[in-house]
Design a protein around this ligand. Structure first.
Ligand SMILES: [Zn+2]
Length: 360
């Protein structure tokens, strides 16, 4: 399909579809990944045993408080398990998810094709680079144009030599979990490459940051590199703490904000894991309602960011269907209207996932 024909369409792992047919869409859910590079070996003998057990009900509470110290928790590598869990999202009325397992997270494009075929759920895969500790050594020598070429190739031809094309661009800065960092020169280069790739393809960009002190600089770098900030999502916005000033500033730049921690209140109990802050679902809904009142309804996205195995329903977690089953009733209870919920779950994802005309 040419770039002109892609305008108004979203690109799933099974091919382009009309953005109007995306339906209820969650913008950030991992199905297959491997983050064992984040593993932190416990020092106590009894915890060393727990570190190597599969996630189960007996160890779930320990895992919740030691997210990076259980190897099984850091792997989503079972396609049948992904299918079974994603079917619960479909049964709850879900239609589409964006799968942001980019380079460094061991994303599996062919696995996503099989999962989408088995469930009938549209899956849109992202391309880009995860935090700097996962950058391949060759990246240091690549000029930003070459990095952008690779990303464009993933969108126009296929990811990693497959014919499965990406439909979204993603970068990640400021570290993850216990591995908190600042923005390095290599990160700036990748960000500029994302902006270039966006100009050449019309795809939207999502930027992961767990640190609110980095967000303004990220917006500046992207803006200077020619990114369309109206087609840029700030991921993990519910990890930035209760700063009432940060949101208006970011929203005035045109960015979308993504509240993707629905169902993961326990992280708020473990700041030592590297998360600044974590709202609970009621606080998330209050914040969303406040932003709606301020006129930002069309810039709000929600998700659960299933990333750890403990988050799957089959392992005792909130799962892919949590927003539809539990958060939507809470939104209604808080006074968010049906029309506003529809905008957040259907219209906003559709607007951002539809490819825009290219800018050269
Ligand atoms: Zn994620």
């Amino acid at each position: 399909m040419t770039k002109t024909e892609m305008v108004g369409k979203a690109q799933t792992v099974l091919g382009p579809i009309d953005a109007d047919s995306l339906g209820v869409t969650l913008i950030h859910e991992h199905l297959l990944l491997d983050t064992t590079f984040l593993f932190v070996e416990p020092t106590e003998a009894n915890e060393k045993v727990l570190a190597h057990q599969p996630v189960c009900l007996e160890n779930l509470n320990w895992v919740l408080h030691h997210l990076f110290s259980n190897l099984d928790n850091l792997r989503l590598d079972d396609e049948q398990m992904a299918i079974n869990n994603l079917l619960l999202f479909k049964q709850a009325g879900g239609n589409t998810i964006v799968e942001p397992s980019i380079r460094g997270l061991s994303g599996n494009p062919l696995g996503l094709v099989r999962i989408s075929q088995a469930t009938g759920v549209n899956v849109i895969m992202a391309t880009g680079y995860y935090i700097s500790m996962t950058y391949p050594p060759k990246l240091a020598a690549m000029p930003e144009e070459e990095v952008a070429d690779e990303l464009v190739q993933d969108i126009t031809a296929g990811i990693d030599g497959t014919r499965v094309r990406a439909g979204f661009l993603k970068g990640a800065y400021g570290g993850a979990g216990p591995f908190s960092t600042g923005i390095e020169d290599s990160d700036r280069k990748v960000m500029r490459a994302l902006a270039l790739a966006q100009r050449r393809t019309g795809a939207a960009i999502g930027i992961h940051t767990l640190r609110k002190d980095l967000v303004a600089e990220i917006i500046e770098i992207l803006g200077e590199a020619g990114a369309d900030l109206n087609r840029t999502i700030l991921i993990h916005a519910d990890r930035w703490g209760p700063d009432p000033l940060i949101f208006p500033k970011l929203l005035q730049a045109g960015c979308y904000v993504e509240f993707d921690g629905f169902g993961t209140a326990e992280l708020g109990l473990v700041p030592a894991e590297g998360f600044d802050y974590q709202l609970n679902d009621a606080q998330r809904c209050d914040l969303i309602l406040r932003l709606i009142t301020q006129g930002y309804l069309k810039r709000i996205l929600v998700s659960q960011d299933v990333f750890f195995k403990k988050s799957l329903q089959s392992c005792g977690g909130a799962g892919y269907a949590h927003i539809l089953l539990n958060a939507v009733p809470l939104m209604r209870h808080k006074g968010i209207t049906e029309e506003q919920i529809h905008t957040i779950l259907v219209e906003n994802p559709k607007r951002i996932l539809a490819f825009a005309p290219v800018k050269g």
